[in-house]
Design a protein around this ligand. Sequence first.
Ligand SMILES: [Cu+2]
Length: 261
Amino acid sequence: MLTKYLGLPENYSEHGGQVDQQNEFVHWLMLVLFVGWTIFFLYTLFRFWHRRNPKAEYSGVKNHASSHLEIGVVIVEAIFLLGFAFPLWAERADAKSFSDVLRREPNATRVRVVGEQYAWRYQYPGKDGVFGRTSPHFIGDANPLGLDPNDPNGYDDFLGSSLKLPVNRSAIVKLGSKDVIHNFAIKPMRIQQDCIPGKDIPIWFKPVKIMESSVVCAQLCGEGHANMLGYIEVIDANEFDEWADAQSKESLDKRKATAAN
Ligand SMILES: [Cu+2]
């Protein structure tokens, strides 16, 4: 109920409500701490006012009320962290969660997202569902992600200039970087993860409403960081399948044409 006062963008993912709830818990705790500390501060001003205490007292506080309160705060924070935040994060990023997703939804969307100074690029695995191998050796103007032309798994892969996803289907996004550390963030999806050079880091979420929004880089990555803006589009699932099939076929046809020459 507090969340509507936090100025959060509308949520478009299945798990987003839990993130907002967590956010709300933390804000309630902060509110309690703020009010508590303010009351304590005012009390101290009054209690130790110099006119009431012309002579300094050296023995200090003798009861343990403050220690008990501090321990109480630590316990509440531990519950938030261990009971809510860790499980929520594990559900997004643990190795087991991906096999669970694929068991539930064998047709889950899979995309590889690569950050570079200062753009996002998207590789789809195509009809076979397997990403082609990539290597920095093959990176060039016509091959920005360095797809290995000799890997058959990559023949039907295609690149997207925006992140297109079907609605109501889980999306497993594998994140990487070509240069420095970036951070893939889609606020309306309540999803965010660092992209680290040399690593493939997967994360998953399920868009539940048709939408268009931005993919932003949430890690200061250089002078063009503020312009590192991508585009996400969640569309009807049939429309997505048609689009993906057509793109995949186009890649295969192109491949056949080059092979024939
Ligand atoms: Cu960046």
